[in-house]
Each structure stands twice: as structure tokens, then as C-alpha cells.
Design a protein. Structure first.
Length: 254
């Protein structure tokens, strides 16, 4: 592969484009300012991937002697598509474009020297990408299948694919050429193997003795003990005097 746009050439191209846009702004012409040329934006992304992701196999497709699909190509990620935007307008997608990974270069604040690069590791054939809603009735897949060029603003993509988006780089143009502040790939969390828990012997807590409920005592019928009859005391007989006895014993005369 040839390396048509190295660091020196890219710096010159970027500088000339910046001067050209500044000239048009100064003239206050009633025209639409030009977008960032693809050969500049694609090579900016190439240097970020090489220096911040550490993937030195990333090459510009137009450097290849044989035709390669996509804007960039890497041995790690295969076909890499690049979409650059300098306004809030929607980037368009060719209905037959193919990629394995797609990058979005946000250059809305490039005149303040702020570049932001996002990565989405979804191919154009993935269900998540094909199901992107372009409008209320149609998806990306619906339009691509009939040969239309789907158009999607970045905010809509961000909202719909938020869990798949990685911010790879945020910095200046000059900083893309060094290997400082490399992007750290998110670590894949492996499912933790649950070790069988050792059952500790249960400590037996002293049982709290509940106060016993006193049941009312059943009164058993009292057995009547037969009364012992005490011997009657005989009172001493009074002796009647004999005279009286005689009187009592006399019969009255007839």
C-alpha cells in the first residue's frame, strides 16, 4: 500500500481548507460553506485509530492498489466507514454501502479546533442498524432495500443506538498525531463463577421461655368423709327423794 496522505500532507491540506473557509467567511458571501473534504476527514480518522486506538494496520482505502470497500480498512476491524459532519444536517448513506464498523467525526466546532470521534461497532447488515428509524414509517433497511439513500441526523442515531456508541477521541487537530491519551477499550465483564457457599454452623440462640399460662384448676368434688359419731355423754340421773316417789305412786281414792 502507498501512503499518499502522511502527517505532513494532511497538515498542509487541513491548513489550506481552513484558510479557504476563513476567506469565504470574511467576504460574507451569501453561500453555503463547503463541507470538510472526504480525503481530509477520512485521514483524520485514520490517524486517530492508529495513535489513539493503537491499530497501526488501519489504512486509507484509496492507498490500496486493489479496490477495497469502505473508507478505511484494518486487519482488526475489517471495513471501516467514516461519516463526517460540520453542521446539524443529516449525513446520507449509500444504499449499497458496506461496513463492519462505522465512525462518526463531529467537526461542528472544528473552527475552534475541537474534534470528536465516535465509534459504533455495528455492521450495515446488523438488525440494530437496519432497524434505525429514518421517519415514522420507514427504517434504514426499508429505504436501503429499495435503493434510496437513507438520511439520518447524528442526534437521532445517538438516541436510538446510545448503548452502542463509544467516544474514542475529543481533542485538537494537532493532538491526533501523537500517542498520548490513548483510548482504553472497555473491559468485557466475564460472568463470575459462583463458588458454593460454606454453610457456617448456626449459632443456637437461647430460647426465650414464654411464661406458662396457668390453666384454671379443675375443682374435684369433695368427698364427704362420714362423720364419726361421738358417744353421747350420759347425764347423771337426778335422784328423786323417796317421799316424792311415794306421792307420785299413790293412787287417788275412788
Amino acid at each position: 500500500m502507498n501512503n499518499q496522505i502522511d502527517e505532513t500532507v494532511l497538515r498542509e491540506l487541513y491548513k489550506h481548507h481552513r484558510e479557504h473557509v476563513s476567506y469565504l467567511q470574511d467576504k460574507k458571501l451569501n453561500i453555503r460553506l463547503p463541507n470538510m473534504p472526504e480525503h481530509i476527514s477520512e485521514n483524520i480518522v485514520k490517524f486517530i485509530i492508529q495513535n489513539k486506538l493503537g491499530d497501526k494496520t488501519c489504512k486509507w482505502s484509496k492507498d490500496s492498489k486493489t479496490k477495497i470497500s469502505g473508507d478505511l480498512y484494518s486487519e482488526k476491524e475489517k471495513i471501516q466507514e467514516v461519516k463526517c459532519f460540520t453542521s446539524t444536517g443529516p449525513p446520507s448513506f449509500g444504499p449499497t454501502e458496506k461496513w463492519d464498523v462505522i465512525y462518526f467525526l463531529d467537526m461542528i466546532k472544528w473552527n475552534k479546533d475541537i474534534l470528536v470521534l465516535y465509534r459504533i461497532r455495528l455492521s450495515n447488515k446488523s438488525l440494530e442498524w437496519r432497524n434505525l428509524k429514518v421517519n415514522e414509517k420507514q427504517t434504514f433497511g426499508n429505504q436501503a432495500d429499495v435503493g434510496k439513500r437513507p438520511r439520518l441526523v447524528w442526534k437521532s442515531i445517538q438516541k436510538q443506538l446510545s448503548t452502542h456508541i463509544e467516544e474514542i477521541y475529543r481533542g485538537t487537530f494537532n493532538d491526533i498525531f501523537n500517542e498520548n491519551n490513548k483510548y482504553e477499550e472497555p473491559k468485557k465483564e466475564e460472568p463470575k463463577k459462583e463458588e458454593p457457599k460454606k454453610e457456617e454452623p448456626k449459632k443456637e440462640e437461647p430460647k426465650k421461655e414464654e411464661p406458662k399460662k396457668e390453666e384454671p384448676k379443675k375443682e374435684e368434688p369433695k368427698k364427704e368423709v362420714p362423720k364419726k359419731e361421738e358417744p353421747k355423754k350420759e347425764e347423771p340421773k337426778k335422784e328423786v327423794p323417796k317421799k316424792e316417789m311415794l306421792k307420785k305412786g299413790k293412787k287417788k281414792p275412788l
